[in-house]
Structure formats: C-alpha cells, structure tokens
Design a protein around this ligand. Sequence first.
Ligand code: PMP
Length: 376
Amino acid sequence: GAAPSAAHEVQRLLRPDLRGRTPYGAPQLDVPVRLNTNENSYPVPQVVVDAVLRALSGDMATLNRYPDREFTELRKALTAYLEKQSGVAVTPEQVWAGNGSNEVLSHVVQAFGGHGRVALGFTPSYSMHPIISETLGTTWVDGLRSAATGPDAFDLTPESAARQAREHDPSIVFLCSPNNPTGTALPFEVIGAVLDAAPNALVVVDEAYAEFARPGTRSALTLLADHPRLVVTRTMSKAFAFAGGRLGYLVAAPELVDALRLVRLPYHLSSPTQTIARVALEHADVMLGTVEVIKHQRDRIVERLAELGARPVASDSNFVLFGGLRDEKAAWQALLDEGVLVRDMGIAGHLRVTAGDPHETTAFLEAMTRLAPTHV
Ligand code: PMP
C-alpha cells in the first residue's frame, strides 16, 4: 500500500495530549501600524546600540567557549536595576533569567508543576500561562475573574481568588499584575489572600508590565522577604523596549531559584544575550526614556475611546482592552483595512490595542473615530 502521509504519522506519534492543539500565534503581519503584541514602538537609542556593539566585539573571539552558566554579571545588573526601579533590595542569588519571561515561567512549571499537579489562573489572563502548564503536563484550571457582575467586570477580588484557590488545592497559582489582556493591576491584597488560601502552591505574580503601572501600584516584590512561596516574574520585552533581545527574569527566595537549575538546559543564555542585556541594563535610564510618553498615549486611548462609546478598561500597562463593539472580528478586520493591526483576544465585543508612539496612536484613534458609527 501507499506510504502513510507525514501528517498522519506525526499525529499518530505525537503525545496524545498535544493532538489537536494550536500553537501560540499572534499574527506577524506587515502592516503600517502594528499595535498587537504590546511591544515598545521605539527603537533602541543610538548610545545603547554603540555600547552594545563595543561590548559584543569583545565577546566574539571567545564564542568558542560556553557562556557563564550562572550569568553572574547579568544577575548583578538585574539586581541593581530592580532595586532602582522598585526600591526593593534583592540579591543576585534571588534572581533568575531566561530567553524571555516565557522561558522563566516554563522553568517554574517544569520544577513545580507536572503530571498529577494543578496550576490555577484567572481568565482572561496571559494565554501562555495555560499553554506552558499544559504542554508540560500540568492540569490547568481556568479560574474566573469577578462573578461576572457586568460585561466589563474583569476584576479579581481577594475573596474570590482565595475561594477558588482553596477549592482546587493547586501546586502553582498564576496571577498577572498588571493583567494582560485587561490592563489593570490586581488589588494588592489578592496576592496575600492566595498565599494564605493555597498553602501547597507556589504563587507566581507575572509583572511583565510593572513599569507602566499608575502611581500607587505596589509590586509583589515588596512581599518577597516574608514569602518563600512567592515568585515575581518580569521582562525586558515591554517597558525596556527589548523584546528582540529575549530576556525575562524572576525574583524569588534563593533556594527556589537554586531549584530551577535542575530543569534549565545548560548554558541557556548565550554569551551575546548576556552581554546585550547587561549593557542595556547599564543604560536603564535611557532605555526607559519612552515609558512616560507611552503612558500618556495609553491615557489618550482610554479617554478618546470612552468618548466614542467603546468602553475602555482602566490600564496600568502599555495597552488598552476596550469593549462595546458590535462584532469584534468585523472591527478587527476594519481596523486592519485601515492599516492598523490590533489584537482579538477572543473576548466577545472586545479588542486590545497597544499604546504606540504618538503617530501610531493617532492613526489608531482616527481609524476608530471613522469606524465607531458602524462598529461601536
Ligand atoms: N507575561 C505577560 C503578561 C506578557 O504579556 C508577556 C508578553 N506578551 C510575557 C509574559 C512574555 O514576554 P517575554 O517572553 O517576551 O518576556
């Protein structure tokens, strides 16, 4: 008979729990205004480009050697940055890094999740939390935000989070603050409530967007000293304007960080990655120079969308989720036809837009102004 098709053979041999799954897939389309993946629209400043190139040229001749497996200098640079940014003192032994915070999250799940264990998150939240958990064999439980008290009620109360944590006795709880895709920071009390309610869980607070939070937002970093089961993840992909550099990190108890060495692949951070990130961190003030402009564009989006009747959710991030759309798929396509790419998160009546530079933001708001009469 005929040889079986490759597609058939792959499906036959694939892990049964991976069959039929679709990969993470934000479209990478060539569109004038790309506001769909919460990147920072501003290029890396020239002084940093120059400094990175100088440092890299010193590295090239030693690429015959494996990199520093413990990324010692990079850890020190991250420690200094965290202390400056958050006011919380941490030590290099409390810091762990990977190729994006996605990799750091996968290390956490590899070490603390796995078959027979439950990870709990509160939907809608960052879509990679369930993907990482499930592809590593961990059972995912989709917790709920709020008691669906209204169409735009995406809040999570300490009581609701604690009740759900008690119910499922998870090994890992994912919190996201500010939350993607809704944009709002969690009430700070949720973190302590979940730590109390889930005594067998590692509690991960994903703070990818922390640098954009509105004044008065308190970081989970401030709780680390008293909570050995707490993990705070961050990334250089957003405020730091460094998504292509692929550098994410976490902060936790030194013993917890130590355990992650059981699962990481040796030399997971290449020498160029370590150098590029370290030099960029040494220029943190310049790298973060666009944060205030972006926050201003975000506030502009919230204000204007509200005027147009498209209900924006309060944002502590560099993006805005907005509702009130008659048909989010039609609105997404209509925006794309206007040259503006935003994100359909699969939430009925809602789309998510990243705050770009002033020109991109204006292009989006002008397109929305034209489209509002038919789509809002
Ligand atoms: N956490 C959240 C909440 C995010 O939105 C993202 C990026 N979309 C990440 C983590 C991962 O980013 P990276 O791997 O680039 O650090």
